[in-house]
Design a protein around this ligand. Structure first.
Ligand code: ADQ
Length: 483
C-alpha cells in the first residue's frame, strides 16, 4: 500500500500493550499491528501521578521498531482533565446525557492545558512525514495545539464514542472552540454515519462550514477536512481462537455448571451508566413477571468491572445496581435458584471468551454507545453450529452492522422482556442463520481492516496538499490573529 513507509504516531490517553495478546482488547491489537508494520511511536499517559505531572521525564519502552512513550500527570491535571472535563462534561454530553453533564470553566481550562502540554512534549519526537493519529475524547485539542507548535504533517483523529446532535453539543460552553479544533485535523473519523452527520450538522449550523459531498467539510476559512465513518472491528480470528483455549473451556464449564441446564443470559460491560445495565435488569425483572414459566428456567450473569469510581455518577450506579439485583433476587429466588448474579471483577480475554460461549443469550443494551465491542466479541466466540442469540440496542453503533441481532429499545422493559422471551425459544435454524450473517461481518470488518482503512485515507493526498504549500503555510501560521 502506498505510504506504508510513513512512520505511524498514535496518541491516546492510555497506551499499549504492544504484546501480551491475552490482555489486549481489539483496539490495542489493531493499533499494535499497524505500529509493528509501519514502525512507530505510541504516545500517552503513563498511568502514574507525580508532582512533575506532564513535565515529567518521558518513559520509553522499545519493542522492535515500535516505542511506547509516556508521561505522568499531576494530581490536579488528572482531576481537571480526566475526571473533570473528559468524564464529567464530555462523556455524558456526547452520550446524550445533558441531564448529568457538569460544565465548569476550571476543568475546561485544565483539559485544554493538558492537551497543549501533550502536544509540546510530543512535538520534538515528530518527523516531517509522520502520520499522526490521535484517539478519542481526551484529546480534541491536541491536533490544533500541534499545528500551533508548527507541525505541518498529516493529522488524523478518531472519536470512539458518539457525537451528539448539534443542539445538544451547543450546550457545552466551549463547543465552538472544541469543534473548531477538530477541524484542524486533516481527517476526522467517527464510528457511524449518524455520528458523522451530527458533527457535520454542527459545523454547518454553528461554524458556517459547508458540507461538500457527504465526506468532506469546507471550513469558513476555505480549508477542506475529511469527515467519515470508520466503524471499528475486533481481532475476530484471534478472539474465536481464545474461545477454544483451555482457559476459555474452564470458564465455559464453570458457567454451565452454575446454570445447571437453565438458559444462561450474560451481560458484559464496564460499569457505566451509558451501558443501560439498570434498564437491562428491569427488562429481566419484567421477563420474570410476564412469563412465569421462565422462572427457575433462566438466569442472568452480569459482569461489570467498576470504572472511574472517583466520579460520583459511577459510585451511585454500583449502589443502584446492587440494590436492584438484590430486589429481583429477593422477589423471585427459590432455594435452588438465584435469578441474577453481578460480578464486579475483570476477566482475562480468554476467560471472557469462555463466558460468552457458555451463554445462550447476550444482552448488549446500551442507552448510547459509539460501537460496543462486546457485541462483536460475543458473535466471534459462539459455536456456529449451536450459537447463542444477541440482543442488541438500537442505540449501539454496532447496530448499523449487526442488524440480524434482536434489535431492542433499551428504555422499554416490555421490549426487553419480549426479546428475551423470543431469544429463549428461538429455533436452532433461525439462530444459525442470524449468527452466520453477523459472523461474516465481524470477520470481514476487523480491527486490522479498520486501522488500514483509516490510515489509507489519512495517507492519501488531500486537497490541502494540492494547494501551493506557501499559501497553506501562510494561512495557517502567518499571523497570530488567525488563531
Ligand atoms: P468501551 O466503552 O469500553 O469502549 P466496549 O466497546 O464494549 O466499550 O469495549 C469494552 C471492552 O472491555 C471489550 O473489549 C470487553 O471485552 C472488555 N471488557 C468488558 N468487561 C470486561 C471484564 N469484566 N473483563 C475483561 N474485559 C472486559 C469505547 C466506546 C465503545 C467503542 C470502543 C472501541 O465507548 O463504544 O466500541 O471504545 O472503539
Amino acid at each position: 500500500m502506498a505510504g506504508n513507509n510513513h512512520r505511524l504516531v498514535v496518541v491516546s490517553n492510555r497506551v499499549g500493550p504492544l504484546s501480551d495478546e491475552g490482555r489486549a482488547g481489539g483496539l490495542a491489537v489493531g493499533l499494535a499491528d499497524a505500529l509493528r508494520r509501519r514502525g512507530g511511536l505510541w504516545f500517552g499517559w503513563s498511568g502514574s501521578i507525580s508532582d512533575e505531572g506532564t513535565g515529567s521525564e518521558i518513559r520509553t519502552e522499545e519493542h522492535g521498531s515500535t516505542a511506547l512513550k509516556t508521561i505522568d500527570m499531576s494530581e490536579s491535571e488528572i482531576e481537571g482533565f480526566y475526571f473533570g472535563f473528559a468524564n464529567r462534561s464530555l462523556w455524558p454530553l456526547l452520550h446524550y446525557r445533558l441531564d448529568i453533564a457538569a460544565f465548569d470553566r476550571k476543568s475546561a481550562q485544565v483539559y485544554r492545558a493538558v492537551n497543549r502540554r501533550f502536544a509540546e512534549r510530543l512535538m520534538p519526537l515528530l518527523e516531517a512525514d509522520d502520520l499522526v493519529w490521535v484517539h478519542d475524547y481526551h484529546f480534541f485539542y491536541l491536533g490544533s495545539e500541534l499545528r500551533r507548535e508548527g507541525y505541518d504533517g498529516r493529522l488524523g483523529f478518531f472519536l470512539h464514542i458518539p457525537f451528539c446532535p448539534p443542539d445538544m453539543m451547543a450546550a457545552l460552553p466551549t463547543s465552538h472552540d472544541l469543534v473548531r479544533a477538530m477541524l484542524d485535523y486533516d481527517v476526522v473519523g467517527f464510528q457511524t454515519e449518524n455520528d458523522r452527520r451530527n458533527f457535520v450538522d454542527f459545523c454547518v449550523q454553528e461554524l458556517d462550514a459547508h458540507d461538500i459531498d457527504g465526506d468532506r467539510v469546507r471550513t469558513a476559512d476555505g480549508r477542506i477536512v475529511r469527515a467519515s465513518a470508520f466503524p471499528i472491528g475486533i481481532d475476530a480470528e484471534g478472539f474465536a481462537e481464545f474461545a477454544l483455549s483451555d482457559e476459555a473451556k474452564e470458564h465455559e464449564a464453570m458457567v454451565r455448571e452454575i446454570s445447571r441446564g437453565r438458559q444462561q443470559i450474560v451481560g458484559v460491560d464496564r460499569m457505566d451508566y451509558s451501558k443501560g445495565i439498570v434498564e437491562r435488569f428491569r427488562g429481566f425483572e419484567q421477563l420474570l413477571e410476564d412469563y412465569p414459566d421462565l422462572r427457575g428456567q433462566t438466569q442472568f450473569l452480569q459482569v461489570a468491572p467498576v470504572s472511574r469510581g472517583e466520579v460520583e455518577a459511577y459510585a451511585d450506579l454500583r449502589v443502584e445496581l446492587e440494590g436492584l439485583a438484590g430486589n429481583i433476587n429477593g422477589r423471585f429466588a427459590t432455594l435452588d435458584w438465584n435469578p441474577i448474579q453481578i460480578m464486579v471483577n475483570g476477566f482475562t480475554r480468554r476467560a471472557l471468551a469462555g463466558i460468552y460461549r457458555a451463554a445462550q443469550i447476550c444482552m448488549v443494551t446500551p442507552l448510547r454507545d459509539g460501537m460496543n465491542l462486546v457485541a462483536k466479541e460475543f458473535v466471534a466466540a459462539q459455536d456456529p453450529d449451536d450459537p447463542g442469540v444477541l440482543i442488541l440496542s438500537r442505540f449501539a453503533g454496532a447496530r448499523a452492522e449487526l442488524n440480524e441481532a434482536l434489535i431492542v429499545n433499551p428504555y422499554s422493559p416490555d421490549d426487553l422482556s419480549r426479546a428475551l422471551h423470543r431469544a429463549a425459544s428461538m429455533p436452532l435454524e433461525e439462530r444459525r442463520e442470524r449468527h452466520a450473517a453477523m459472523r461474516a461481518k465481524v470477520f470481514a470488518n476487523t480491527a486490522h481492516n479498520w486501522c488500514e482503512t483509516f490510515l489509507a485515507v489519512l495517507d492519501a493526498p488531500a486537497e490541502r496538499d494540492l494547494q501551493p504549500r506557501s499559501w497553506w503555510s501562510r494561512l495557517r501560521f502567518g499571523t497570530a490573529s488567525m488563531w
